[in-house]
Every structure is written in C-alpha cells, then in structure tokens.
Design a protein around this ligand. Sequence first.
Ligand SMILES: [Ca+2]
Ligand SMILES: [Ca+2]
Length: 239
Amino acid sequence: MNTKSLLLCLSAAMLLSLQACGNNNNSINKVPLEYDVPSELTIGTPVDLDVPNLETSPNHDPILVAKGHQLLSLNKPVTTSDPYPPLQGSLDWITNGEIDGNPGYSVILDSPGLQWIQIDLEDSYLIDAVVFWHFFSEDRVFHDVIVQVSNDEEFTTDVTTLFNNDHDNSSGLGTGTDKAFIGTNQGKQVPGNGVNARYVRLYSNGSTASRNNEYIQVQVFGRPIHTESDAESDADPDA
Ligand SMILES: [Ca+2]
Ligand SMILES: [Ca+2]
C-alpha cells in the first residue's frame, strides 16, 4: 500500500467512525412519527372531569422518533390479564389496523378494575413509540395508564416503563409522574426511546365513565435490531 492509498483508507475510516458517532447521537436522524390519525368524533357533550394530575394544554403534534421507524404491531397476537372473553369485540381488534371511534369498533374487557393487555411483536425490536386509542367519542380519562415493554413475556425481569400516570401508586407498580389525559382521535403517543423489547403491555384501571377497560387500537413502532455486521454490510449514509 502506497502513501496515497494509506491516506485514502485513513480518511474513509474517519468518515465511517464519524457516521457511527452520528448514529449514536439521539438528536440526529429524528423525524416526526408517521401514523394514521382517524377522524375526529364529538358525539358526547363536554364533561367537567375532576381528575387529579390532568394535563392542561395537551400537545398532539407527532413526537420525534428515529428515522426508518415501522409499524410492528399490525395483526400481532394480543393477550390479557382478564381471564374472561371481552364484553365487546375480540382481542385481535386491538392490532387489526382499524382505528374508528364509532360505537362497535372497540374491545371492552369483561373484568373491571386494573387489567392489562399485551402485544407480542414475535421478535425483539428497538421500540420507537407506542400509540394507543382507548376511546375518543366523548371526553373520558382512563385511570392508572401504564405502558411497559420487556423481552420477558411474564414481565418479571427486564421491564422498562415508558409511561405511568398512576400518581398515587394504587396499581402497586410504582408512582407515575406522567399526566392523566383525555383520549382524542390523535391517540396517546408514548416515546419508546429505542429500547430493545418484544412484548408491550398496557395497563388501565377503568375510566371516568365506568370501571371497564376499553381499547380501539394499539400501535407499536420501531426498527429491527441490527448487529454490527449488519450495519457494515448495509451502511448507507442516508439511512
Ligand atoms: Ca382496532
Ligand atoms: Ca392511581
């Protein structure tokens, strides 16, 4: 190798390491979350909700997440803590891609109080966002909303909490500092921060309307986990 080709090699190596640094920087390559927003519905009259810790000026702009995020949860299997079949709908409606606030499109769990539903992404991914719609055709706040991800199906180890608005720890899962919110057609967007996980679990504990738990849709966005050899073989400065 002559001096000129050695210099070329060194410049190429420096460029690659600069790119690698860039990829590790969270502020780079972030884009607004791309997801489907269903039509707005205002069937009910506004309700004066007396809810502690309720957010006052919600921002529904798409959150910033990693470029290249994909919808991972479409038609993925859903399980629940509720031992009984739903009162309305079936669990697969939660990931069926249909997001409609009209009556008849939501799954209503049979057992009231604190319950979870869980999506199996069938592989581990880097999770960028979880978006969910409980109900949005009238003002309603669900209690003790907690979103967790894990690679452990039982959620006994390796659990990351992405959102928790159980301000008084009535769930026993820890005190949450996130705000209570009124569901809208924009859905509730929760950042995933690129955490590595296969399972996504969402808790709720009834709402201001009833003790029942209800879901129109949950969407999980993220990216495949690239190994170092993958990254070398498909290195693309625009990726
Ligand atoms: Ca649905
Ligand atoms: Ca609580």
